[in-house]
Design a protein. Structure first.
Length: 381
């Protein structure tokens, strides 16, 4: 399906160093799964909520099949886990239904890991009656990507905070969108609101009547300091500053870089539903939860600062690496008039994360990863 004008915020001015509206991310780093303990914790609560919704959805639609979809599936661990739990419930209640699962993400996603996961799941389930027809769907969840009225239950874990386009803002000494000020902050807020509305408009088309969806993106308790990853993103901005000081990256590119992932408050999450902009959808729940960082919790037990710094860096790199390479390092090298081959980009990217690791090793209390994670449950009327 093609995009519509709503898919890319017109409010962002073109960045000086690129003609195209840049993507916020093209997928996760290959190491993402190795340190995704936090994401797995978040996914488990979403999965349990999804399973609770299955009986009502089955009752609302007596059709021959049952379709589960996950949007922004990444390497697929959470999606395959959710699908297995959802379909176990479907099978227990209505064993004759055909079970179909669609995993959705962008072109640059690690689809190879997704396919091996599906194959492993199929092998493990081969002797049971739980066969599932799997499909993969490439595109942006800001577009309609699945047929109208086709999805019974859906999930999206740690994905819908990625904005539809890389923001063009000026935020010196920080890579956190939360630190944008004045007009930049206003435009960022407006674009995030447009994206959130647009995401749900598309889902209101794709969800079957009586269908339901659970979404767990990053969030914010106060729109400022109590926002997911704000301190980590500040450390990223400071590390990029060091490279600008060393004349590796251009300072103006560093100053205008933020991670294109917006942590929404409960008020922002509720807004389009409360304002009647999504008349076909009922907001069942929007609540915020503080989740302790499992890497920090382990450090508090073993006191191993080296391990803490290494794992926190790998974890942060898992979700930020493609954004840093594409929207900070490559344009930053080019704007300095430096060579920006893949090897040059790799080397400068390693320097940034190397600094962050060093800071966390030297002072494990600096720039901790803290997370406020909403759970949003929506039903299609
Ligand atoms: C942090 S990963 C989460 C992956 C997985 N859901 C999990 O919980 O481990 C975010 C995923 O969202 C995807 N994503 C970001 N923007 C997207 C868009 N507009 N359309 C589809 N997927 C998108 C990224 O490609 C990435 O795979």
């Amino acid at each position: 399906m093609g995009g519509t004008p709503e898919s890319s915020p017109a409010s962002w001015p073109r960045r000086q160093y690129g003609e195209q509206m840049a993507q916020t991310t093209s997928g996760m780093n290959p190491g993402y799964d190795d340190t995704a303990y936090f994401q797995h914790k978040i996914a488990a609560m979403g999965r349990d909520r999804l399973v609770e919704l299955v009986p009502e959805v089955l009752a609302a639609d007596a059709g021959p099949d049952f379709v589960y979809a996950d949007y922004g599936c990444g390497p697929g661990a959470a999606a395959v886990d959710c699908a297995a739990a959802v379909f176990a419930q479907v099978q227990a209640r209505d064993p004759l239904r055909s079970r179909l699962a669609t995993l959705q993400d962008q072109l640059g996603n690690d689809w190879q890991t997704v396919t091996s996961r599906i194959r492993d799941y199929g092998r493990a389930a081969a002797d049971s009656q739980s066969s599932i027809a799997w499909s993969m769907c490439v595109g942006s969840f800001y577009d309609q990507v699945l047929p109208a009225g086709s999805v019974h239950v859906a999930s999206s874990i740690m994905a819908v905070h990625f904005l539809s386009a890389q923001p063009a803002v000026t935020v010196p000494h920080s890579a956190s969108p939360v630190d944008a000020a004045g007009g930049d902050a206003q435009r960022l807020k407006r674009s995030a609101a447009d994206d959130w509305l647009n995401f749900w408009r598309r889902r209101s088309i794709e969800l079957a009547e009586g269908g339901a969806m659970v979404v767990r993106p990053i969030g914010s308790d106060d729109g400022k300091a109590r926002s997911t990853a704000v301190q980590v993103n500040r450390a990223l901005g400071l590390a990029a500053d060091e490279l600008a000081r060393g004349e590796v990256l251009a300072q103006d590119v560093v100053d205008s870089y933020v991670i294109g992932a917006y942590p929404r408050t409960v008020e922002e999450l509720r807004s389009p539903f409360d304002d009647g902009l999504l008349p076909d959808l009922e907001l069942v729940e929007a609540s915020m939860h503080f989740d302790a960082d499992p890497i920090r919790m382990r450090f508090e037990v073993d006191g191993d600062a080296q391990r803490y710094a290494r794992d926190l860096t790998l974890f942060v790199r898992g979700w930020s690496d493609t954004s840093v390479r594409t929207n900070l390092v490559k344009p930053g090298l080019e704007a300095r008039g430096r060579s920006a081959t893949p090897a040059d980009v790799e080397s400068a990217t390693n320097e940034i994360y190397g600094l962050m690791e060093q800071w966390w090793r030297d002072d494990p209390d600096s720039h901790p990863f803290q997370a406020w994670t909403p759970i949003v449950v929506v039903r299609r009327r």
